[in-house]
Ligand binder design. Structure first.
Ligand SMILES: Cc1cc2nc3c(=O)[nH]c(=O)nc-3n(C[C@H](O)[C@H](O)[C@H](O)COP(=O)(O)OP(=O)(O)OC[C@H]3O[C@@H](n4cnc5c(N)ncnc54)[C@H](O)[C@@H]3O)c2cc1C
Length: 322
């Protein structure tokens, strides 16, 4: 059985166990969140031994060459010496500048990073509190339009991060961030390509960044954003997006709610059905799908079946922390 040596102690890794599972089983505290290799919060460094390819998937080349790997994705075949990564390498500080309600359950959070921070709207960062509390949030801001980073955070019942942001955080508070991460963003170059953006809940956050980034870049192809919520009151930025649609002939915005209520200009029903009622054929389109896994994963498949090529389906699945 491979062994994992960490801070002077050696642990035997059971069959099929990841480095993270092995360390957690031995009560070693290692930060982690999504456990799916997406959030990169469990990044560690290996000094020797063979790292399985999956353990370094999605990491920057410079990090791979330093032996960085994702502990949640690493099922070792060799014994490994592992260490925490120097936090200065992966984290930077940001100061909260504004927190405002966007709806009864969603707040807008704005912050200013202390160092220059290059990102693409639609990527995400990890918010880090008290060392090991790590949650991912998508970037809704567009650097060409605003200096501050913007996030949309839904309040979860007893949510450790969202609850703190809703109830306790104040302008002037500081937070550690990790990132930017993810590849769900607008790629300039095919300005005539039709774009479909579908999101549920705060899945709107990355899409709001991506739509404005595309329009700012002079995208000329049609852009259709469908935003879904369970009820009308779960929708937010409705007026802002309607105004954006008035200003841009190629941009269409469709707010959708699952449960019926009498309100004009909201479509009612399942967002997936509504999407494909509008667009039964999507050959040549690029699709951006963001939000809860239960909605987004089936949509991804349906987009493919409707003709979108796999490389043109960009997905941000909001997996809850494990
Ligand atoms: C790539 C990525 C991007 C994300 N972007 C955003 C974003 O832009 N905005 C945003 O609001 N969130 C986003 N999330 C989700 C976010 O990271 C947190 O999971 C979420 O804010 C809950 O964290 P919490 O600490 O408040 O709640 P926790 O303390 O983790 O959970 C509290 C309770 O809520 C439950 N819960 C957690 N998440 C959900 C859920 N989605 N549905 C139902 N129950 C849930 C938990 O099971 C638990 O019982 C993203 C996630 C990922 C992976």
């Amino acid at each position: 059985m491979p062994e994992v040596t960490f801070e002077g102690n050696t642990y035997v890794c059971s069959e099929e166990e990841t480095v993270l599972e092995c360390l957690h089983r031995h009560d070693v505290s290692i930060a982690s969140s999504c456990l799916n290799g997406i959030c990169q919060s469990c990044i560690m460094q290996s000094g020797d031994g063979h790292l399985p390819e999956k353990a370094q998937s999605g990491l920057k080349d410079s990090w791979r060459s330093l032996g960085y790997f994702l502990a949640c994705q690493c099922r070792p075949t060799d014994s490994l010496q592992v260490a925490r990564v120097d936090s200065a390498e992966t984290k930077f500080r940001a100061t909260l500048t504004r927190i405002e309600p966007l709806s009864s359950t969603v707040i807008g959070v704005w912050m200013r990073p202390e160092l220059r921070f290059d990102y693409r709207p639609g990527q995400f960062v990890n918010f880090v509190r008290e060392g090991n509390l790590i949650r991912s949030y998508s970037i809704a801001s567009v650097p060409a339009l605003q200096d501050e980073l913007e996030f949309h955070v839904a309040l979860m019942p007893e949510g450790k991060m969202s609850g703190w942001l809703h109830d306790n955080a104040r302008a002037g508070d500081s937070l550690d961030l990790q990132g930017p991460l993810g590849s769900c963003f607008y790629v300039p170059g095919k300005s005539e390509q039709a774009l479909l953006l579908v999101g549920t809940g705060t899945g709107l956050a990355p899409l709001y960044g991506i739509v404005r980034d595309a329009l700012e870049a002079g995208h000329t192809g049609p852009i259709h954003l469908l935003h879904g919520a369970l009820e009308v009151r779960g929708l937010y930025l409705v007026d802002v997006l309607r105004q954006l649609a008035l200003e841009h002939d190629n941009f269409t915005y469709t707010p959708c709610a699952l449960r019926t209520a009498e309100e004009q200009a909201i479509e009612y029903g399942d967002i997936s059905e509504l999407t494909f009622n509008h667009h039964p054929q999507l050959k040549g389109w690029r699709a951006y799908l963001c939000g809860h896994p239960d909605t987004i994963k089936p949509l991804q498949k349906k987009c493919f079946l409707a003709g979108v090529s796999m490389s043109d389906i960009l997905v941000d699945v909001f997996l809850p922390a494990q």
